[in-house]
Structures are given as structure tokens and as C-alpha cells.
Design a protein around this ligand. Structure first.
Ligand code: NAD
Length: 458
């Protein structure tokens, strides 16, 4: 397969090397064209996102179409400033030099996306890559084919193939050969930790830098002083949107023992209100992506006591929002990322008890704390290593593009959104400029006897 793709990639390399993508005006023009093409195809996108994931239009706007348009707007607003050479200080040792940083395109970058937010997770990094002046190869997930087809149409309508390639198919069959035969200047991968490790290893062979946006088990702590009703509403929304198939969805809850029953009653109330009624036909509630994931999630249901939900319909890929308790830390439910609408509820009395449970799955992508006390907020933020998170909220941090988004360790490496998207796809070329009118002899050999001066200056 890669033999057919390779000549196209070499043409992209040529196009970028020609310098055509460097002017800000070119990049802004591409962003504007992309926006126009998305808007022209927005109804088809709504339909495709419904077909692939049963996303309702409102959710599709907030998490996909509107999200991407907003990322374009941020870039358009700031790009001219961000591309300007940045003056930085110069130390005394180098007096009277001046220093600055030039942000340059990396070259040709590969962006690999998963299926759960197929548009957002392919196009948000794409916007950063274009803004930074790169040529791009886009690889959508094969598991959201309706959206992948519309995204291809959008890209082909506004950008030539010698600038942006759109490649489709099974990543396992397509990508290893491609990464071996073409040296990308960066690989931006979003997906599972397992495949992330494979991509990292493939990239290492050619010293290709990577961004890995991975998954993991994102915990949610509810302290006894939390506003329980508001906490329940926000947890239910973040956990069951897109039928739980969200990388930053709360994976499991740790609630202070004396508040468990009260929290549970609110969780049930809002799960019912937001997503429960009408079963699979609920307008607000999505479907599981495919039979394989449906079976995987159903196997989790055998491992705990269901306290709410649990209804399934294989034909419709429906699993009701489900709350479970009596969960063993050794079960698959607590060892693997759930990535579906099942929420285990565990309890703790003392903070260190909760910490011990959190350390079973260290360095999650997201972490949430519900509390009304500043000291609790400070404690948890300091105590736990995680990618990003919220206090008294869940998942919404990723919608603020002033915040860099990314994981740490097990949940990934590198960040994007807003300015970080531009930086991630740029090379920071560091320049020092030294005038010739001042050239002290102390800098040059012979050095004998100069150490006391060097110690003063450096
Ligand atoms: P996945 O890893 O199975 O697939 C992602 C992409 O990798 C697809 O395009 C696929 O074709 C490709 N791929 C699959 N196997 C490959 C291989 N062997 N070699 C090369 N490429 C391969 O992930 P998924 O099931 O589509 O997505 C779910 C996972 O993604 C979850 O773990 C979730 O947490 C994570 N995720 C993370 C973020 C984030 O921003 N950190 C966002 C969404 C999803």
C-alpha cells in the first residue's frame, strides 16, 4: 500500500521545501478555506457523526464542528503574533550579543486519529500543523467511516494533494511500512496506550519526534465537603456523553464513604434525567462504536454489582448509563481503561487510602476533584501526577484553548490546543547575533591566568 502513497508524500516534501507554506498569508488563507469547507459540509458532518456514533446535533456542534471552528478562529487571531521572531534576554557572558527565536515549520507531519471524536481529533492538530506551515498527512480512524468520508471531501475541496494527503485504512496494515519508508518530521498520534507504544517504537527507528495523546483511567475524587448535587450533574454529563467513549471521561469515582449514598442518589437522578429515559432511542445518548467494544464493555458488567442501569441491546450497540459498586482493584474493570458508560464507585475514609488506589493506575490523562475547600484542592493537585483536570468540574478543561492539553507518562507526551498547537508543530530555531565592534581578548586563548575572571562572569 505504501508504494502508492510514497510518491505523493515526496511531492508534499517538495512543496513544503519550496517555501510556499512559509508566509503567514498563505497559512491564513488555508485556515479560511478550511473553515469555509467545513461550513459548506456541516449538514453532512452532522449526519455522518450521527451514523458513526449517534451524536445529536448539539453535542456534535460543541465537541466536534464548533470546537474545530473555534480552534481555527484562535489561530487566525494570534498567528501573525506567534510567528514573529521572539526576542529573548542574553546573558552577560555574551555581551553585547542579542538573541531571538524563530519559529519554523517542521516539514511534513503525520496526524493519526481515533474514532471517538473523529472530526475534532483529526482536525484540531491539523489546524496547528497548517498554522505552523507544515505539509500534512492525515490518517483518520477506520472505525468512523461516515465521518472519515466527509472529512476527506472537506480536505479535498480546499487543499491540493501535494500539500495535504488523506490516507485511509487499517492503521496496523498501513502505517508501519509508511513510517519506515518516509521520514516524517513529526508524528502526532491520538489513540490507545497500546498502539501509542508501537508508534513510539516505529518513530524511534528514524528519530522522528512524537506527540502521543493517549488514554488511561482518569479518576474523580468527591470529598465530603463537595456540593454533591452539582458534582453529580457534572460527573454524569462528562461520564455518559458520547456513551462514555471520551478520553477524559471520569473512569471511576472515589467518594468519601459517609457521602456515598447521597451522591449515588443524585447520580441516579441525573443519569435518568439526562440520558436514561427512552432507552436506546434517547436523543441525547450515543451508541457504542462497534460489536467488539460492546462485548468488551459487557464483560466488565460481570465484574461488579450494578446499582443503576445495566440494560443492553446488542443490535443497537446500546449500553445504558451504568453505576457499579463492589469492584475489585484486581478486576479488568479497574485495571483497564473503561472507555464506555460504566462508572465504578469506590469509597475512601482517609486521603491516603484514595491515594493508594490512584497509584494502581498512575499518571492519568485527567483528574477531577469535587470539593469546597481550598486546602483539599491544593492537596490533590500537588499530590497526584496527571495530564490536566478540573476542580468541581469534569472534562471541560479541554474546551479552554488557553490551557495546553496532553498527558504525562502513561497518558502521553506533548501538548496541543491554542498556542500549544502552533508550538507543537513548529521548530524553535535559536539565534544569537554578535556585533563585531567589541571583541575582548579575554575570550580567546591563551587562557592561563583567566580563571578568576571566568568565575566572575560565568
Ligand atoms: P487505536 O489506538 O485503536 O486507533 C487509533 C489510530 O491508530 C487509528 O487511526 C488506527 O487506524 C491506528 N492504529 C491502530 N492500530 C495500529 C497499529 N498497530 N499501528 C499503527 N496504527 C494503528 O485507538 P481507538 O480505539 O481508535 O481510540 C480509543 C483510545 O484513544 C482510548 O484509549 C482513548 O483514551 C484514546 N484517546 C485519547 C485521546 C487524547 O486526547 N489523549 C483522545 C481520544 C481518544
Amino acid at each position: 500500500m505504501e508504494e502508492n502513497i510514497l510518491p505523493g508524500l515526496l511531492r508534499i516534501r517538495e512543496y513544503v521545501s519550496s517555501g510556499i507554506t512559509r508566509p503567514v498569508a498563505f497559512r491564513l488563507q488555508q485556515l479560511a478555506q478550511l473553515r469555509r469547507s467545513i461550513l459548506a459540509n456541516k449538514d453532512s458532518l452532522f449526519d455522518a457523526l450521527y451514523t458513526d456514533l449517534k451524536k445529536n446535533r448539539e453535542e456534535a456542534w460543541i465537541t466536534e464542528i464548533g470546537f474545530v471552528l473555534s480552534a481555527i478562529r484562535t489561530m487566525e487571531k494570534h498567528l501573525a503574533t506567534w510567528v514573529k521572531p521572539e526576542r529573548v534576554k542574553t546573558n552577560l557572558l555574551n555581551f553585547p550579543s542579542s538573541s531571538y527565536i524563530v519559529r519554523e515549520p517542521l516539514g511534513v507531519v503525520l496526524i493519526i486519529a481515533p474514532w471517538n471524536y473523529p472530526l475534532q481529533l483529526l482536525f484540531t492538530p491539523f489546524i496547528g500543523a497548517i498554522a505552523a506551515g507544515n505539509g500534512v498527512v492525515l490518517k483518520p480512524s477506520e472505525y468512523a467511516p461516515a465521518t472519515a468520508a466527509i472529512m476527506k471531501k472537506i480536505v479535498r475541496e480546499c487543499m491540493p494533494e501535494n500539500y495535504v494527503a488523506y490516507i485511509e485504512g487499517d492503521g496496523a496494515a498501513l502505517l508501519p511500512g509508511l513510517i519506515k519508508s518516509f521520514r516524517f518530521d513529526k508524528i502526532f498520534y491520538t489513540g490507545s496506550t497500546h498502539v501509542g507504544k508501537l508508534i513510539y517504537a516505529m518513530a524511534a527507528g528514524q528519530l522522528i519526534p512524537v506527540v502521543l495523546e493517549l488514554g488511561g483511567k482518569s479518576p474523580c475524587i468527591v470529598e465530603e465537603d463537595a456540593h454533591l448535587e452539582v458534582a453529580a450533574k457534572r460527573i454524569v454529563l462528562a461520564k455518559f456523553s458520547n456513551a462514555g467513549q471520551m478520553c477524559v471521561a471520569p473512569d471511576y469515582l472515589l467518594v468519601q464513604e459517609n457521602k456515598k449514598e447521597e451522591l449515588l442518589s443524585y447520580l441516579k437522578k441525573y443519569a435518568d434525567k439526562f440520558f436514561g429515559a427512552q432507552g436506546p432511542d434517547n436523543y441525547n445518548y450515543g451508541k457504542i462504536i462497534n460489536g467488539k467494544n460492546f462485548d468488551r464493555l459487557c464483560s466488565f458488567l460481570q465484574e461488579a454489582t450494578i446499582v443503576y442501569g445495566g440494560k443492553i441491546d446488542k443490535e443497537k450497540c446500546y449500553i445504558q448509563p451504568t453505576l457499579v459498586e463492589n469492584v475489585s482493584l484486581q478486576s479488568k474493570l479497574m485495571q483497564e481503561e473503561i472507555f464506555g458508560p460504566i462508572l465504578p464507585i469506590l469509597t475512601f475514609k482517609e486521603k491516603e487510602e484514595a491515594v493508594a488506589i490512584l497509584q494502581e493506575n498512575p499518571q492519568p490523562l485527567a483528574f477531577y476533584v469535587f470539593t469546597s475547600k481550598k486546602e483539599n484542592e491544593k492537596y490533590w493537585i500537588k499530590r497526584i501526577s496527571f495530564g490536566g483536570g478540573c476542580i468541581n468540574n469534569a472534562a471541560w478543561h479541554l474546551t479552554n484553548d488557553a490551557l495546553p492539553f496532553g498527558g504525562i507518562g502513561n497518558s502521553g507526551t506533548g501538548q496541543y490546543h491554542g498556542r500549544s498547537s502552533f508550538d507543537t508543530f513548529s521548530h524553535q530555531k535559536a539565534i544569537m547575533k554578535t556585533p563585531t565592534w567589541f571583541d575582548p581578548a579575554i575570550k580567546y586563548p591563551p587562557y592561563k591566568g583567566k580563571l578568576k575572571w571566568f568565575k566572575k562572569i560565568f
